[in-house]
Design a protein around this ligand. Structure first.
Ligand SMILES: Cc1cc2nc3c(=O)[nH]c(=O)nc-3n(C[C@H](O)[C@H](O)[C@H](O)COP(=O)(O)OP(=O)(O)OC[C@H]3O[C@@H](n4cnc5c(N)ncnc54)[C@H](O)[C@@H]3O)c2cc1C
Length: 395
């Protein structure tokens, strides 16, 4: 019988796992080891409302009252520093140890830096935690010129928020196109067009970047040009917090390898959220939906080995200017992208099956596309690009 479950990580996946364990009737002890001092909160608002609203509050996952009913034993702000799998014990940064019957690793990731000089400069920022958003918001209010390093989703969202606040933005991306790893060339082009229309100076395919300091102001040296900014935000991706799992000898690849039930190579240890590798796609999805739903499925499996497990196609969204952009699925090598009205981007694999849909302000078609994907529908003969053709006729 499971008497104590320990969750490492007080983020979105940790929070949903704790709630699900209680919702499913677990009445044993739940301990949460959390490096941050805050209650469970969501990160998506950090690059959006939290930067724009002067009095934005912590985007809590659950109200204070709902969280209190979960009856959790918090160990915070503390780090889990090592696992002893034989003794089923977690060692904490204050020297304490915590035994477990089952363990969930939900440690997420940390923002990557291009180098030490960048991390040491007081006007160079990353955005991962609540206090990062507070610092950045404060600086944006005093800035006229912002440089963003990295043209991925976070960089683009920060660009949109900064432009809404009237700050001039220069975005440096070393790849030839924006969000290149996650969407087709056609979508990258559309994103660049939207941002350029809003006045963002996009420098794709830029050369190596160097940081200098000019009396406390960051200066970026690139392709023979030297430009001074009020602030620089680095959004070049995340290093997953895999060290605990690796040191304990759990199987890891891009992330912690888990099955559909979220179970790692140790049957008493589970993993959820950004650190858990999608059991079918072999990738760490790093999205809000995965952090929530895979954690919910994993928590259910911790209590009942017969639970159905996680079975969802990768899905994430991004809000930029007036656009809600939804990204369903992952583009496959060799897939062809069919564009409809500059709003829907269908990527079909060689067999005509939908491998990815990117939709700008069209949640309805995303819903429909989920069904096409689940059914493996052949769309090769469907006139997807024709605006006169009703997609709803394919319901
Ligand atoms: C700025 C921003 C905007 C985003 N916007 C979107 C969006 O629009 N759409 C979308 O789909 N996704 C978005 N995401 C991604 C989404 O927020 C993440 O996928 C999600 O937060 C992952 O949840 P998690 O619980 O796995 O990890 P996290 O939320 O990172 O939580 C992990 C927690 O574990 C703690 N921790 C780490 N190591 C230890 C340790 N050893 N001991 C104790 N605690 C530890 C960390 O400090 C952290 O609090 C965004 C992310 C960011 C940063």
């Amino acid at each position: 019988m499971t008497a104590r479950i320990v969750i490492i990580g007080g983020g979105q996946a940790g929070g949903w796992a704790a709630k699900t364990l209680r919702d499913e009737g677990f009445d044993g002890e739940i301990c949460v080891v959390a490096e941050e001092e805050w209650d469970f909160y969501e990160r998506p608002p950090l690059s959006k409302a939290s930067l724009l609203e002067p009095d934005a509050a912590l985007p809590r996952l659950f109200s204070e009252e709902s969280q209190a009913t979960l009856n959790l034993n918090w160990y915070r702000p503390l780090r889990a520093v090592a696992l002893d799998r034989e003794a089923k014990t977690v060692h904490l940064s204050n020297g304490e140890s915590l035994g477990y019957d089952q363990l969930l690793i939900a440690t997420g990731g940390r923002a990557r830096w291009p180098g030490e000089a960048w991390a040491a400069h007081p006007q160079v920022y990353t955005l991962r935690h609540w206090q990062d958003a507070q610092r950045l918001k404060h600086r944006l209010a005093q800035s006229q010129r912002l440089a963003i390093i990295g043209g991925g989703w976070i960089g683009l969202e920060i660009a949109a928020s900064a432009r809404k606040s009237g700050v001039a933005v220069t975005l440096f991306e070393q790849q030839p196109a924006l969000c290149m790893r996650s969407v087709s060339h056609e979508v990258s082009q559309r994103l660049a067009q939207i941002h350029r229309q809003q006045g963002v100076d996009i420098r794709c395919g830029c050369g190596a970047l160097e940081l200098e300091d000019d009396n406390g102001q960051p200066v970026i040296h690139c392709d023979g040009q030297r430009e001074t900014f009020d602030a620089v935000v680095v959004g070049i991706g995340v290093s997953l917090n895999l060290e605990l799992a690796q040191a304990a000898g759990l199987r890891t690849e891009q992330g912690i390898v888990v099955d559909a039930q979220g179970r790692t190579s140790d049957p008493a240890i589970f993993a959820a959220g950004d650190v858990a590798q999608h059991h079918q796609y072999g990738l760490c999805i790093q999205s809000w939906a995965f952090a929530q739903n895979q954690a919910v499925a994993t928590a259910k499996s911790m209590l009942s080995p017969e639970a159905a497990g996680y079975d969802e196609v990768p899905w994430l969204w991004s809000d930029q200017y007036q656009y809600n952009i939804q990204i369903l699925g992952i583009p496959q090598k060799g897939s062809e992208t069919i564009v409809r009205d500059d709003v829907l981007f269908f990527s079909l694999d060689v067999r005509g099956r939908l491998s990815q849909l990117v939709a700008f302000n069209d949640a309805r078609t995303v819903k429909l596309a989920k069904r096409w994907m689940a059914a493996g529908r052949d769309l090769s003969d469907v006139p997807l690009a024709d605006p006169a053709f009703s997609l709803m006729s394919l319901r």
